[in-house]
Design a binder for this molecule. Sequence first.
Ligand code: CA
Length: 227
Amino acid sequence: MTRKEVILVVEDEASMLAGLEYALTKEGYDVRSATDGDAALASVAKAPPDLILLDVMLPKRSGFEVLKRLRDGGRDLPVILLTAKGQELDKVHGLDLGADDYVTKPFSLAELLARIRARLRGRADDAPEEFDLGAARVDLRRMSVERGGASHELSLREVDMLKLLWRERGKPVSRERFLTEVWGHERFPTTRTVDQHMVKLRQKVEQDPAQPRHLLTAFGVGYRLEL
Ligand code: CA
């Protein structure tokens, strides 16, 4: 049996905290809690969780400050922000500070659980730092593709697209899923954005971008990676 995944819930409203603890425990997670920003940082320092649900409005130290401290300290564990309705600027600021995702209160439990699963899955089956796609050598850490003696740089988005495709290798990945998992909550991406990035990615990876052998089109759905 695998270890239970640990979620740290940082929330000062007692009823919200109790509800989240109940629901997440029932879902099979090992739930820890903190009711202010200092306690959250102390908890992470003591034993880093697999994921943090972080309320923005907290006593002592705001969720933003906690997030900034974590990222400044080199902690890259996934953070999902809990933001209040109507505070659009909070979301943008939070994502700029390095949050992985957010949910807006009041949120549905199903939505929250889906976002948690997506973030945890992203860690559980990470792509290797380097792998071959035909004659192309992909290096995700150095963000480059070497092919036929030439080197092409990869953008952050392209790296994230490759990571997602690798996790789902052999299976179609929908454009919508790319938007959710790679673009997150950026302001105006459309499914066209995914296609435009795929064109560039194929130019770097494929011998003949017009006849791709690894970054394949899944008709009517999105894309599929064949190793
Ligand atoms: Ca609060």
